[in-house]
Design a protein around this ligand. Structure first.
Ligand code: CUA
Length: 155
């Protein structure tokens, strides 16, 4: 190619800025990319029961087919222990723990969360089909781990 010197310099600057751009993206991915984005909100574990919305755990309707499930995972139960929604509902789960790490899995769905004290785990899922499932704690949390079960019903 027979380009003037100034053109070549500008092409090099353009190419170099692309390299820098991708390097920044890569660096950001390395620094922040391994966090679970659902665990970015924080809460003091000691204050879970007095901090809204966890002072009133439960299922709240927020739209025509939309619910907010505010839940506490604790040794060795879920609060509320039973969540029932109509088929076609979108549920925004907000779960936290006042003690140790727990799991929150609804088998056969995309809901498989890790609940870490100090953090609020958020996840949204839509349930089109009727089901009656056990909510399972899949993180070992102590002597009652295997009996830490809840119930999730889509009717
Ligand atoms: Cu909670 Cu295992």
């Amino acid at each position: 190619m027979d380009l003037p010197r100034s053109e070549r310099i500008w092409l090099m600057i353009g190419g170099a800025s692309l390299v820098v751009f991708f390097a920044i993206i890569l660096l950001m991915a390395l620094v922040w990319g391994f966090h679970n984005p659902g665990q970015m909100k924080t809460i003091a574990p000691d204050a879970v029961r007095t901090t809204p919305p966890f002072d009133k755990p439960g299922l709240y309707q927020v739209g025509p087919n939309e619910y907010r499930a505010v839940m506490i995972a604790q040794m060795f139960m879920y609060q509320p222990n039973n969540v029932t929604v109509p088929a076609g509902s979108t549920v925004h789960f907000e779960v936290t723990s006042p003690d140790v790490v727990h799991g929150f899995e609804i088998p056969g769905t995309n809901v498989n969360l890790m609940v870490v004290p100090g953090h609020i785990t958020e996840y949204t899922a839509t349930f089109r089909n009727k089901m009656d499932r056990v909510i399972v704690c899949n993180e070992y949390c102590g002597s009652g781990h295997q009996v830490m079960l809840g119930r999730f019903v889509v009717q």
